[in-house]
Ligand binder design. Structure first.
Ligand code: IPD
Ligand code: CA
Ligand code: CA
Length: 287
């Protein structure tokens, strides 16, 4: 359910003379170039290996796309640090790129088109530019602080759904969900039954971009990485939505990120419903 945004974007952080319009354009170009590389490997016979449990995979295209983006983004802002899922890196107080070369690697490896390149530029705790590009679906959602959000060049806004029972939501589950007591199953079941449904398509960055574009009314996840959310936090906020942790506190890009992102109207109702569901006995029986 789409429409005009219920909340204003946050006030601008200092940009110290950065041309965010030009940067956003150049980041979109870099993301699309990486996307073309990914499409060369999509549904192909590239190398895939397991990184961890529960379908935590990495392919040669994760590594090649990240290497390409380190080059391209490094040339745009030579002083910025770079944190990527495959190559790591350390953020400082200044400008930092957070890059997930493929968010939704499991989908990519299985020939499922729901995956994206996610690029966020932050200064300290403030997101400045965000680009999420899903090449197999021909979808780019991009934004910059104070500059709004576009989906394929058209203005994008969060939804105006005001009742939780009318909401379409999305969530995700940690790769170690088979062994982890706090695996999100309880909250998923409770919210799926009391709303229009909870989707789980396994690309947090893309799901958050769809919140920014009004397709989902809210998204939550208990355990993400900074590169999963860095781009889309900017997109949701700039599109008029709200992003916090599950306690309603400001989101910080810690090594493990707990996130609640909504159209703003549903933020407190969804936060309370999640708190209630998570206080019930967990569901973690695994055969
Ligand atoms: C994963 C996706 C998924 C989330 C996982 C992430 P990856 O990233 O964002 O939605 O539930 O926790 O690890 O491994 O596909 O880059
Ligand atoms: Ca990811
Ligand atoms: Ca990834």
């Amino acid at each position: 359910m789409t429409g005009s945004a219920p909340t204003d974007p946050p006030t601008d952080p200092p940009t110290d003379g950065l041309d965010l319009v030009a940067l956003r354009r150049d980041v979109v170009t870099a993301a699309r170039e990486a996307g073309e590389l990914l499409l060369e490997g999509f549904r192909g016979a590239g190398r895939v290996r397991a990184k961890g449990a529960g379908g935590d995979l990495v392919t040669e295209y994760d590594e090649r796309a990240e290497a390409m983006l380190r080059d391209r983004l490094g040339a745009l802002l030579p002083g910025a640090t770079f944190v990527g899922e495959e190559g790591g890196g350390q953020a400082g107080e200044g400008l930092c790129w957070y890059v997930d070369p493929i968010d939704g690697t499991g989908n990519f490896a299985h020939g499922h088109p729901w995956f994206c390149v996610s690029i966020g530029l932050w200064r300290g705790d403030a997101p400045l530019v965000g680009v999420v590009h899903a090449p197999a679906m021909g979808l780019t959602v991009d934004g910059h602080r104070g500059g709004g959000v576009r989906r394929e060049g058209a203005p994008a806004r969060v939804s105006t759904t005001a009742k939780l029972e009318d909401a379409l939501l999305a969530t995700g589950f940690p790769h170690d969900r088979a062994t982890r007591p706090d695996n999100n199953y309880r909250a998923y079941v409770a919210l799926d039954a009391s709303t229009h449904g909870v989707r789980r398509c396994a690309s947090a960055a893309l799901e958050l971009a769809v919140v920014a574009d009004g397709g989902y009314d809210g998204f939550w996840d208990l355990s993400l990485a900074p590169w999963d959310v860095a781009a889309a936090v900017l997109l949701v906020e700039e599109a008029g939505g709200r992003v916090t942790d599950l306690a309603g506190e400001p989101l910080r890009l810690r090594p493990r990120v707990e996130i609640l992102a909504t159209n703003g109207l549903l933020h407190d109702p969804l936060r309370h419903a999640l708190a209630h569901a998570r206080a019930l006995p967990p569901i973690h029986e695994v055969p």
